[in-house]
Design a binder for this molecule. Structure first.
Ligand SMILES: [Zn+2]
Length: 461
């Protein structure tokens, strides 16, 4: 799950409500944290979003909500043959600041979804001239994704098909807003779209309904990963990872010790959600240590294979168990909704019809489980890659922060026994097997293969 700070918005007000200079006027004196303030760690993101929100409000008030006044890129209302006044030029410039279709990219855990929800709040804010006061009902519900005009689509599958897109995104985007001025559709993990699904979305992105803003989010540092047809029709916004200090402060505010917070911020590679989990969940701390210690086990004849076997088993168990309760509860709800388990005449028919629905749900749950398993295995590989990176930094005498400061002795040991080429080989091997896992290779086979490659790089064959 990605980082959502919004839920604690009201609790952390005293700690973060610094009277920072802000692009907004009139809202700074408000006791709660404005949207502009929430985005202050990313100045460029802040500037883009506030300009878009102002432009959206302005076009709306000039032309009225019903005329579909906000323009898709370029098609400005003032494009007449008459000489233009200063106001018209300004209006056009402002119209350019807004777009119906956005693509938010950035490294995992940088806070794309939070940024998207903040954008929704800036658009839906009810305080005149504030563009996200952070206080009104619309702001508060939009930031937590609970606003009736904010649709937050979070796919659970590894790849997103046509039906999903039609049902969850295209249909949602077509509806008119109920209470707010906009309907905001936030679509997570849009990089998982199949080609067919991307095509199904194309028309909506190209000619979006006048009241709709669609924000596609993709955990990627390279927008090239994203289907070109969609990318070229969206305004692109890159959301960089938060600075270490910001993450540390955030975790300390939430009750973590400074030491733990700092370690988690580094180790998670500035992935906020992961850093938070690391601070709060002992099982995840253990698995992280298990993954990093693989680097030590590789030195020993069969140690690597054993350690890998244990790691894969632990991850599989976690993927299954951590959601077993939620999955069972979901099934129970469906059974009740279908009237299964009810006694009496006429229930038999609905039960046989419901069996298909239940099977469908089980299929979905299985897919989700597979995705979680891949995600956790991938994280383990990211942790392992971190220790080789640290070893290389130690070897080169580079003065940089280590990814795993608490495993510094291991990094030094690796730096001592492996040559530079070997350390680079280890990192390459890990990248290769991360990719393979994405292609549905069995985890055990992938990890065994990885151990073989690492042993070669260690020259211990
Ligand atoms: Zn507001």
């Amino acid at each position: 799950m990605s980082y959502t700070r919004a839920a604690t918005a009201t609790d952390d007000t005293p700690a973060t409500a610094t009277p920072a200079p802000s692009a907004t006027t009139g809202a700074d004196s408000a006791p709660s944290v404005t949207i502009a303030d929430r985005l202050r760690d990313h100045p460029r993101v802040q500037e883009t979003i506030m300009a878009a929100a102002r432009a959206a409000a302005r076009t709306r008030s000039r032309s009225g909500v019903d005329s579909g006044a906000v323009l898709a890129d370029g098609a400005a209302a003032g494009a007449s043959t008459q000489p233009q006044t200063q106001t018209q030029i300004e209006t056009r410039a402002q119209a350019h600041a807004m777009s119906h279709a956005w693509l938010f990219t950035g490294p995992p855990g940088a806070g794309r979804s939070t940024t998207a929800l903040n954008f929704a709040a800036a658009l839906l804010c009810e305080t005149s001239g504030a563009y996200g006061c952070g206080e009104c009902q619309a702001c508060r519900t939009a930031m937590t994704g609970k606003h009736t005009d904010v649709v937050h689509v979070v796919p659970q599958e590894l790849s997103i098909g046509v039906d999903f897109v039609r049902e969850k995104v295209v249909a949602s985007a077509a509806k008119r807003p109920t209470v707010g001025a906009w309907r905001v559709v936030i679509f997570e993990d849009a990089d998982r779209l199949t080609d067919g699904a991307a095509n199904a979305l194309l028309k909506t992105i190209e000619e979006p309904p006048a009241h709709t803003v669609i924000i596609l989010c993709a955990p990627s540092t390279d927008p090239e990963d994203f289907p070109q047809t969609l990318r070229s029709r969206c305004r692109h916004l890159y959301v960089p990872a938060l600075p270490v200090e910001t993450i540390v402060q955030m975790l300390v505010d939430e009750g973590a010790s400074e030491n733990h917070a700092r370690l988690a911020a580094h180790t998670s590679l500035r992935h906020v959600g992961r850093a938070r989990k690391l601070v709060n969940t002992p099982a995840i701390q253990q698995r992280r240590a298990q993954a990093i210690n693989l680097a030590e086990a590789i030195f020993h004849e069969s140690g690597g294979f054993q350690a890998v076997g244990q790691l894969v088993k632990a991850v599989e168990k976690e993927a299954k168990e951590s959601y077993a309760e939620a999955d069972e509860a979901e099934k129970e709800r469906l059974r009740n909704a279908l009237g299964m388990g009810a006694k009496g005449k006429g229930t038999q028919k609905s039960v046989s019809g419901g069996a298909g629905d239940l099977r469908e749900l089980e299929k979905q749950q299985k897919k989700r489980q597979t995705r979680r398993l891949r995600d956790v295995l991938d994280l383990a590989l990211v942790d392992l890659a971190g220790i080789y990176r640290d070893a290389l930094m130690v070897k080169l005498g580079a003065e940089v922060d280590l990814t795993h400061p608490d495993f510094q002795p291991l990094a030094s040991e690796l730096a001592e026994h492996l040559d530079e080429a070997g350390l680079v080989e280890c990192q390459d091997a890990i990248s290769h097997y991360r990719e393979l896992l994405g292609f549905n290779v069995s985890p055990q086979i992938a990890f065994d293969g990885l151990v073989g490659r690492l042993r070669c790089a260690y020259r211990v064959h």
